[in-house]
Design a binder for this molecule. Structure first.
Ligand code: URA
Length: 220
């Protein structure tokens, strides 16, 4: 598939999300929030779902958490136009509650296609929600973060959600920054054909068995 085809297919999916009524979240939305950034990105970020500002603007991570993400991207030498940013669900859950299992089921085909089309080397799941969904784990984000986890021919590096980092304070913000730097090094190392994680501290590896991947059909 050429990049033109990939971008056309993503635009088609975004248009479908904009008029999707597959779950109750569509009733409360101002805009579906499909994604932001580059279809050629090496790093894809996955949050939970749009909040108030994202729903208003139709763009992910534009509120306070998004401003922190932008700042940390900048400090890692990246711009949001260099990465791809999406969420587990495309419509805002009322009062920012967690998305429900049937809402995720109705929406996840969009995320599956986004990952397949963008084909990033590194997926950064931000927070418990996207981490548990992709990795089918019950292990909390505090233990999962900062690990390089082989996943469907690429790697997942979980990190804290920027909103949690904002609530928690500078130590957690610094940790997200370190995880981002690990993602940048991992992309660089993969391009150079080295083991991921290169010059950083040795990450713990949580490999998922291939047969488990088969059963899950990506993530459920
Ligand atoms: N939180 C998320 O998980 N996603 C957004 O787009 C904004 C805030």
């Amino acid at each position: 598939m050429t990049m033109v085809d990939v971008e056309a297919r993503l635009a088609e999916l975004s248009a479908q999300a904009a008029i999707c009524t597959a779950c109750r979240l569509s009733a409360g939305r101002t805009h579906a929030v499909f994604a932001d950034g580059s279809a050629q990105a090496d790093i894809m970020f996955i949050g939970e779902g749009p909040g108030y500002h994202e729903d208003r603007q139709g763009v992910p991570f534009v509120g306070k958490a998004g401003m922190l993400l932008d700042r940390l991207l900048g400090e890692a030498g990246l711009d949001r136009r260099d990465v791809y940013i999406a969420n587990v669900v495309k419509c805002r859950p009322p009062n920012n509650r967690d998305p429900r299992p049937d809402e995720i089921d109705a929406c996840k085909h969009f995320l599956v296609e986004q990952i397949r089309l963008v084909d990033p080397a590194v997926v950064m799941t931000m927070g418990n929600f996207s981490t548990k969904l992709l990795l089918k784990t019950t292990v909390g984000i505090t233990r999962m973060r900062g690990n390089i986890i082989p996943w469907w021919g690429r790697v997942v590096i979980p990190t804290f959600h920027p909103a949690a980092a904002l609530r928690s304070g500078p130590t957690m913000v610094e940790t997200v920054k370190e995880d981002l730097e690990l993602a940048v090094r991992t992309v660089r190392d993969r391009r150079a054909g080295r083991e991921p994680g290169g010059d950083g501290p040795a990450p713990e590896q949580h490999e998922q068995a291939p047969e488990q991947h088969e059963q899950l059909g990506l993530f459920g």
